[in-house]
Design a protein around this ligand. Structure first.
Ligand code: CLR
Length: 402
């Protein structure tokens, strides 16, 4: 029997939503869902999860090159997972359906340097929705004081299997250490993403479990991370086991193998090649500070674009939310028609699409990644003013825009 998380008045529409998922695969974002499951946040804001623990991000630059740095990258990666995959449950009671970004939607923000550690520097975020059908989000995160840069794009392929939504993540991220140095002195890490399983659907309280494997390849090392949920190796939720080994002919004097085991939302410890705690996820996180809106950010800045929809969802005024959502969607349809009639296409603001990413190809080869080739979005370098990456001087507590 269907359980209590679904408001009585929305049971019917929840059931038909579940039926439409079951008979459907591909792009879930376009399906109409009942109000109780809607999130007021657009997917363009999700790349911010990569840096809600800016200390672990900065620590990558400070780590000694070699296995220590490879483990610093792993530690930062693991530290992001709790926010990426459990925070909606903690903040809104369950996983929710994010707003489906429009083509050209953007999000900009910064994590200011903390007063207690100014040398950590500020970190900037720039996100652009680079495709609508299928939805693809490209982003760049940059800490210029530490010369660190993360670029990537994501898309999802969804299917339905024995009551759960299975989400295959498409796309990858590249972390560059020494981003401001000549190419020969830079170090790059390729990061691939795990598969998601969304359970608890029947009860109207969806939550995410991670599955399969993902990789971090670079700095002379390759880390394979295996994800398991309840009922697999330990009966516990959110478990992982990572194995870090030198790439053939590389790796220096470090250990031959480092194995870490634990949960990605709580703690993990070394089981080989080290001892004691590897990582403990703590409660404090530093949320990104969105840039204050100015015309430079454009009409499609996510919080401006979705303002009334988000307000309606938050305040339970679903009439306003759905009216505004339809208005935005109709406007988009009209724009596409106009472009077609004029024989033009939408121009991306910050990224340029290229068919293959040389870093993915060369690093991916060592893990025999499938596919062997992936496309990428190259950042044009046009940070808006107010991002630390341009002026380098954004002070602690500043709202970014000066
Ligand atoms: C986006 C990229 C982030 C990690 C991440 C977390 C949650 C995922 C999201 C990604 C993609 C969209 C997603 C979402 C959870 C639910 C939502 C899969 C991968 C789908 C589209 C909505 C399903 C609707 C149910 C909740 C009913 O780095």
């Amino acid at each position: 029997e269907e359980a209590g998380a679904v408001p009585a008045a929305q049971r019917g529409s929840w059931t038909s939503f579940l039926k439409s998922i079951a008979s459907f695969s591909g792009d879930l974002s376009s399906l109409t869902a009942p109000p109780f499951i809607l999130s007021p946040t657009s997917l363009t804001e999700f790349p911010a999860y990569w840096c809600e623990r800016p200390d672990y991000f900065a620590a990558i630059a400070d780590a000694k090159p070699g296995h220590e740095r490879a483990l610093a990258v792993l530690r930062w990666f693991i530290s992001t997972l709790k926010d990426q995959y459990t925070s909606r449950n903690e903040e809104m009671g369950s996983e929710k359906k994010p707003l489906n970004p429009v083509l050209g939607e953007t999000f900009y923000g910064i994590w200011p340097a903390p007063d207690s550690n100014p040398s950590r520097g500020a970190t900037s975020l720039l996100v652009e929705q680079v495709s609508h059908h299928p939805p693809i989000t490209a982003y760049i995160i940059d800490n210029s004081s530490k010369s660190l840069r993360l670029t990537g794009h994501n898309a999802q392929k969804t299917s339905f299997s024995s009551g759960s939504i299975i989400v295959k993540q498409i796309g990858h991220a590249v972390l560059t250490v020494g981003a401001d140095k000549p190419e020969s002195e830079r170090e790059t890490y390729l990061i691939t993403l795990p598969r998601l399983r969304i359970d608890g659907l029947w009860y109207g309280s969806p939550y995410i479990e991670l599955a399969d494997t993902s990789h971090i390849i670079g700095g002379g090392h390759i880390t394979t991370i295996e994800f398991k949920g309840k009922g697999y190796f330990s009966g516990r939720s959110h478990t992982f086991k990572s194995t870090t080994i030198p790439l053939p002919g590389q790796g220096g004097a470090g250990p031959r193998e480092v194995v870490v085991e634990g949960t990605w939302h709580e703690n993990s410890k070394y089981v080989k090649g080290g001892s004691g705690s590897f990582h403990e996820v703590h409660e404090q996180k530093q949320e990104v500070v969105p840039l204050e809106w100015s015309s430079e950010l454009g009409e499609y800045e996510t919080r401006r674009l979705w303002f009334l929809v988000a307000k309606g969802i938050r305040e339970g005024d679903f009439e306003i939310a759905s009216r505004e959502k339809s208005r935005i969607e109709n406007e988009q349809r009209q724009r596409r028609k106009d472009e077609q009639a004029a024989g033009t296409t939408w121009q991306l603001k910050h990224f340029e699409h290229v068919d293959s990413d040389p870093i993915y190809e060369s690093l991916g080869r060592s893990a025999k990644l499938v596919p062997a080739v992936e496309d990428m979005y190259v950042f044009k370098g046009n940070w808006p003013s107010g991002c630390a990456a341009v002026d380098g001087t954004v002070a602690s507590g500043s709202k970014g825009k000066k």
